[in-house]
Structures are given as C-alpha cells and as structure tokens.
Design a protein around this ligand. Structure first.
Ligand SMILES: Cc1cc2nc3c(=O)[nH]c(=O)nc-3n(C[C@H](O)[C@H](O)[C@H](O)COP(=O)(O)O)c2cc1C
Length: 412
C-alpha cells in the first residue's frame, strides 16, 4: 500500500473485505479503550426531551433500555450539560449529584440488556435561550449578538475570561467523574454542532486575539485542555469519545483540512474514538441530519410566542434544507480515516445493512446511528437475525420536532 495517495488506501483495503467478512465484523465484539462492546453499532446522541426539570425520567430510562434490548453495542444519553450555565434551555439535563441515582437506574437497565451506556457532555456556549443564566447573558469565545436567545431575552453572549475558561474545563472534568459514578461506560465530549467547544474551533465564531483564538493551535487549546483534564479525572482505561465536525457547513466555518488536523491532535491527546459529524446548530441546523425540514411541526411545538412568530416569518429562509443521501458524511470521513489511526465512528444517514458493511470495508471501527434507531429501536437484532436489511426511516425529520412535544419518537 506504500506510495498510494492516503485517500485511496482505505478504499483499496476495504475492497478486499468480502460482504460476509464485513457483516461479521459489524456484529462482532470490539474494543473501545478499556471497554469491550458486543458489536460495533452505537446509538448516537439524539436529544430525547425526556428530562423535565433537567431530571432524567422513567421514559428516558425506557428509551435507552429499548435501544439496548434492540441490540446496539452502546447507547448514548444525549446533550447533558456540564453545568447549569452550559444549558441551551431550562429543561435540559445538567450533571449534578441529585440526578446520579436516576442515571444509575438508566445505566443498570442498559447493562441488564447487554449493552454499554455512554453520555454526551457538552456546554452550549453562546447558543442558549436559558432565562436562568446570570444576567441573562450566555458565554462564548467572543462577545456577540445571540440571535437564538433574542426572543427569549438572552440577547448577548459575553467573551469568556481566563477564569471562565478554567471553570468550564473543570466542569467538564467534574461532570465526567460523576458520569463514572453513575455507571456510564464511556463519555462523549461534544466538540461539534456549534456548541461551546465547536465555537472555539470555528474561525467565524472565535475572534479572540489571545492564546485561545487565531491559529488552529490556539482554537484547539480549549478542546484539548478539556480532553486532557477529563482524562486525568476518569483514568487511562475509561473510554472518551469526541464528537467533532468534518465541516461546519458555512463559509468561514471549520473546513475539512482543519478538521483532519483536529482529529490528529485529539488522537495525540489520547481520545479513544472520534465520532465524525458536521453542521452548526445556530447557522446550518439541517446540515447535521439532511432531508426535510419539519418547519410546520417546529412551529407547532414552539412555546415562546415571539420565537413562534419569527419561525413563521423567517423559518423557511433561515432553515436551509440539505438533500438526504445515505452515508452523507462518508466522503469527508474517508479523508480523516486516511490521516489517523485512532478508532473512528462513521455517522450520518446510515440506514441499511449494506451501509454498515460499507463502513467496515472503508476501515471505520464503529458506526453510529440516530434516526434509523429512533424509527426502529430493535433494528440491530432484526438485522442480525436476517429479518430486515434496512430501517423504515424516511428522513422526514419530524422526530426533531417531537423531542419538544412529548419526547423524541418516530411519527411513522
Ligand atoms: C431528534 C434528533 C435529536 C438530535 N440531538 C442531538 C444531540 O443531542 N446531540 C448530538 O450530538 N446530535 C444530535 N442529533 C444529531 C445526531 O446525533 C446525528 O448526528 C444526525 O441525526 C445524523 O445521524 P443519522 O442520519 O443517523 O440520524 C440529533 C438528531 C436528531 C434527529
């Protein structure tokens, strides 16, 4: 393989793997740091909307138990903030002592079904409409107008000071340590989708002139500090995943050449796996999912009257649609695959057994699925038994609105 351009090396190796071998690989146990998963399929984080008052409910436990019983190797509890001020909205779960017993119930239920449990830890940065924020001001790399919070009375984000940066770094580490106590088998640090760590990485939202902004080295400083501090707290064996962006999806955002470097630096920083995603919730929300934008349903479930009006008036223009394609991140993810050795998780429009096999042939270590498993929580077992070969998900994205109605679910 020496001498081949890096991009084609993985594809050539993959071509040598038979369908049968690729299928066996998907359903065979695999190591993730110090953990063994029963197969290579991860339920990716999809915000559940099942934590009223920020407290995990029985519905949340059932949701993850069903996914575990349905055959995934690992399920991921979504979008848990590392602190009250890291929440996008008031109902979001944030890591704290009081919720540990409920989280322990969740991890016990998942383990009883033979799967592992991970929890996604994040900080929203400026992207917040949380009216409980001190002085109703969110935090970001740089002072800015917060369009998302405007209608809820959180109009600005202030630039983080050194002390804020140190505090947030510590909050990630403390939240991860609590996740260990709650029985989670892994933590996923959210470095993508336009939340705080992604805002630091993104040239368009980080205009700092100090050590935390400017060059990629500087923009990476906070994500790497968080990874390092979390590692110190959870120990060398405990799996840490990072969810990163391949592209932010708008001009001036993070592009593939830099995201390859981000992956290299995370690898050097000791991450156990990288989940490759893309999109920036405040700018390109549907770049994350692709497919239809359920504007009508989003307007229906919006509680804030001003926000509702603004969605009615400007929603169509503000929320751009991206056509759905199976395995929509594969081309870009392949470039990262050729640049690093660290385990990679392929994500985005994975719907069928054929997609899972392709991911293995392309050299990815794991696959992550969101909507396909919202539609069919038992998809993996049914695929393994040869009963079905693809999910019934049609990428209508109505599940996205459902998370703000009564909890995420498939409407089909
Ligand atoms: C209803 C819904 C909620 C989501 N919430 C989150 C989230 O909390 N955190 C996150 O990183 N991604 C979130 N995503 C994005 C998914 O993790 C995933 O990146 C995206 O759906 C593409 O994967 P898929 O094609 O398998 O659905 C969400 C997606 C959906 C559909």
């Amino acid at each position: 393989m020496r001498g081949l351009p890096l991009e084609t090396e993985g594809a050539n190796l993959g071509a040598m793997m038979s369908d049968e071998a690729a299928r066996r690989k998907v359903f065979s146990p695999a190591r993730l740091g110090g953990l063994e998963l029963r197969n290579r399929i991860v339920k990716t984080a999809t915000y559940e909307g099942m934590s009223p008052g920020g407290v995990p409910s029985d519905a949340l436990i059932c949701h993850h138990r069903d996914l575990a019983a349905g055959g995934v190797g690992m399920t991921t509890v979504a979008y848990c903030a590392v602190s009250p001020n890291g929440r996008t909205f008031e109902q979001q779960m944030y890591m704290r002592e009081e919720i540990l017993p409920k989280l322990r119930e969740l991890t016990d239920a998942v383990h009883a079904e033979g799967a592992a449990a991970s929890i996604q830890l994040g900080h929203c940065g400026y992207f917040s409409r949380n009216t409980e924020l001190p002085r109703r001001c969110s935090l970001g790399p740089t002072f800015r107008l917060n369009e998302y919070g405007l209608m809820s009375g959180v109009p600005f984000a202030r630039a983080m000071r050194e002390a804020d940066i140190a505090q947030v770094t510590e909050e990630f580490a403390t939240a991860a340590a609590k996740a260990v106590l709650a029985g989670f088998d892994a933590v996923e640090l959210h470095l993508g989708h336009g939340y705080l760590l992604s805002q630091f990485l993104c040239p368009a939202t980080n205009h700092r002139r100090d050590a935390w902004g400017g060059s990629l080295d500087n923009r990476l400083r906070l994500p790497l500090a968080v990874l390092g501090r979390v590692r110190e707290r959870v120990g060398s064996d405990f799996p840490i995943l990072c969810k990163t962006n391949l592209r932010d999806g708008f001009r001036g955002g993070l592009e593939l050449n830099e995201s390859v470097e981000v992956a290299r630096r995370l690898e050097a920083g000791g991450v156990d796996a990288i989940v490759l995603s893309g999109g920036f919730t405040s700018r390109t929300p549907f770049y994350l999912f692709r497919g239809a934008s359920p504007l009508k349903e989003m307007i229906e479930v919006e509680h804030n009257p001003l926000q509702k009006l603004s969605l009615r008036l400007f929603g169509r223009r503000a929320i751009r649609e991206y056509p759905f394609k199976e395995m929509f991140f594969l081309d870009e993810a392949r470039v990262v695959r050729s640049a690093v050795k660290v385990p990679l998780v392929l994500l985005g429009g994975i719907l069928s057994l054929d997609n899972l096999e392709t991911a293995m042939r392309e050299g990815f270590d794991f696959v992550a699925m969101g909507r396909a498993l919202i539609a069919d929580p038992d998809l993996i077992n049914r695929m393994a038994r040869g009963e079905v070969t693809r999910s019934r998900c049609i990428s209508c994205n109505k599940c996205v609105a459902e998370m703000d109605r009564n909890g995420v679910r498939c409407v089909l």
